[in-house]
Ligand binder design. Structure first.
Ligand SMILES: [Ca+2]
Length: 281
């Protein structure tokens, strides 16, 4: 009996050691799986704000990049952003500064990509929502563009994880030209021209069967468009200064004629001057 009891005791001890070993191995596997799933499984998300904006050619505008790390302790971020190089130029990427070591910061205008990689080697725990940085762009030509994540990788609890790209993680911008300033309409011209017949003088006697050059001066606040002469039933329009009309005087003796000169401006305002002349006997 004594021997048999000792054998049972050894079996029990042996069984306990085996159970302990199994538990140790199992708990180690569980711990590793938990670490992995914590890094990879939690829905870490990036966001770009503002979601949309309107900009003018030549003006700078900014898009903020932030990360919602949830409960993960983020120790590294490596992301590539894609912008539209046809309608915008990327000027700079300003890191938010919560990671202490910058690894990569490049802007490639040929492909329209911005890459930024940074790590946190300090003791500060970075989790929850955190800003990553601000991208400054300028409007280049008319059109619309999108800033989107092309690649994003985080390091959490020492494990690097590629973040699945979410097509909704994007910011759009519309670049337009400045509206053409509408020039104010010029004030309406309501001022009449002035006109004076300078030859012949009023009440003068003129030679029959002669060619008489009637002359007039005209002025206007905006501009004289024409001067219309009438004399003895004839008329003539002169559009350029000096204003004149070569009138053929009739052969009728002692005849009285009225000569008029009417000046018009471009708005249609007019003024008239009149003289009367008499042919000789
Ligand atoms: Ca006028």
């Amino acid at each position: 009996m004594k021997f048999k009891n000792r054998k049972i005791l050894y079996l029990i001890i042996g069984g306990l050691i085996l159970l302990l070993a199994i538990w140790l191995v199992a708990s180690q596997i569980k711990k590793q799986t938990e670490t992995r799933s914590k890094a990879a499984g939690e829905a870490v998300t990036f966001s770009l704000t503002p979601a949309s904006q309107d900009v003018v050619i030549g003006n700078t505008f900014q898009i903020n990049v932030s990360l919602d790390a949830k409960t993960n302790n983020i120790t590294g971020v490596d992301l590539t952003l894609q912008y539209n190089p046809q309608v915008s130029d990327a000027v700079s990427f300003q890191p938010a500064g919560n990671f202490n070591t910058e690894l990569i910061k490049t802007i490639d205008p040929a492909t329209g990509t911005v890459r930024f990689a940074t790590v946190n080697t300090g003791t500060t725990v970075l989790s929850g929502v955190m800003p990553i940085g601000t991208l400054t762009l300028t409007g280049k030509s008319q059109g619309s563009g999108t800033l989107a994540l092309q690649k994003a990788q985080i390091t959490a609890s020492g494990i690097q994880t590629e973040i699945p790209l979410d097509p909704t993680t994007a910011a759009t911008y519309t670049v337009s030209t400045l509206p053409t300033p509408t020039s104010p309409a010029p004030p309406a011209d309501t001022t009449k021209p002035t006109v004076t017949i300078t030859y012949p003088a009023d009440a003068s006697v003129i030679s029959r069967r002669s060619s008489l050059t009637i002359t007039a001066t005209a002025t206007d606040d905006v501009g004289v468009s024409r001067v219309v002469f009438t004399a003895g039933g004839n008329s003539f329009t002169d559009t350029t200064a000096p204003y004149s009309y070569a009138w053929s005087v009739s052969g009728k003796p002692n005849a009285t004629y009225t000569i008029t000169a009417t000046a018009f401006d471009q708005a249609g305002n007019s003024a008239v001057d009149t003289v009367q002349v008499k042919t000789n006997k």
